[in-house]
Design a protein around this ligand. Structure first.
Ligand SMILES: [Zn+2]
Length: 316
């Protein structure tokens, strides 16, 4: 349905009418409305492929990270993307010390992932891992969100205390009501990341497929042991934001893990290698906080809460 750089429509064939007649004004209005609806749906579907639980083809991704379809232009690319400019709860953000509020009511992150089949997918705008079965869930404020996919951005989208990291992993979860919760991990350059190390050959294959011209290649990974990605976290930041790609839908619950992990430079390059040049840097710039609260959970702070307030203040 969607061609590169434009749209193709099948001819609208209603009931066969051998008596050719001009459509009435009302019919023309209806057809126009239907056509506009189809355009909107196509744009929406394409945009969600970069974040949602999609496994369809991604030809026709319309937004980019520079130039005419760069982040400053996203809102003008489609009427469904207006939130990208007009929204007040946008992501990513720079998490700065003075904006962080320690919230003792936050609980440690409860994630329960299962060993499951997965597929690595070139989503054009990022490299993603799609889970074919129920991969488990995360509980956030008494609401259950199921893990649907994860993908990487290079360099990081969120900044921590003004620092941009080499990469960021987004684990996208969705609740039954359709709302999203994303758990993000930041990576600095260092030792190999064990989860990615398991997938080295598959990432190389994704790159080779791209070289052969397969822009939206998929590589079966098989069973994934999610223990590496479920590691206990002692500290995280929580705020309400948006999808970081169009349509930039809001009210996404963000959890940014407080301790940056490491991956090797080679692994960063592997994540970038299946992507076209214009998507290798696939990070949206930081957005204004607009008075939002960024809350912090800290396991040790919760312990100190019982008595020692002095130490608690040092945790920021
Ligand atoms: Zn993302």
């Amino acid at each position: 349905m969607v061609g590169e750089g434009g749209y193709k429509y099948q001819s609208q064939s209603g009931p066969v009418n051998h008596e050719q007649r001009f459509p009435t004004k009302q019919e023309l209005k209806y057809k126009k409305k239907k056509k506009m609806m189809m355009i909107k749906l196509c744009f929406l579907a394409m945009a969600l492929l970069c974040v949602g639980p999609a496994n369809a083809q991604t030809q026709g991704v319309v937004f980019g990270y520079g130039g005419k379809n760069g982040p400053n232009q996203w809102a003008h690319l489609n009427p469904h993307f207006t939130k990208c400019a007009a929204g007040k709860l946008q992501s990513p953000i720079d998490i700065q010390r003075r904006q962080i509020f320690y919230n003792q009511r936050l609980e440690s992150l409860h994630r329960d992932y299962h060993t499951t089949n997965a597929t690595l997918v070139n989503h054009v705008c990022n490299v993603a891992m799609i889970f074919s079965e129920e991969a488990g869930d995360v509980m956030i404020e008494n609401k259950n969100y199921t893990l649907v996919q994860m993908h990487w951005h290079t360099p990081s989208e969120h900044h921590l205390h003004g620092v941009r990291y080499a990469a960021e992993l987004h684990m996208v979860h969705q609740a039954k009501d359709g709302s999203f919760a994303v758990v993000a991990s930041l990576f600095k350059i260092g030792t190999e990341e064990p989860f990615l190390a398991q997938m080295k050959d598959k990432l190389v294959k994704l790159k080779e497929e791209r070289s052969k011209g397969n822009q939206t290649a998929q590589v079966e990974v098989g069973k994934i042991d999610t223990r590496h990605i479920e590691r206990k976290t002692r500290k995280y930041f929580r705020y309400i934001g948006s999808l970081t790609t169009p349509p930039c839908s809001e009210n996404v619950s963000w959890t940014i893990l407080g301790k940056a992990r490491s991956m090797s430079m080679e692994q960063v390059e592997l994540l970038r290698s299946p992507l076209d040049t214009s998507y290798k840097n696939n990070s949206r710039p930081c957005q204004p906080l607009n008075g939002r609260r960024v809350e912090m959970f800290h396991e040790l702070a919760n312990k100190y809460e019982s008595g020692n307030k002095k130490k608690k203040t040092q945790l920021n």
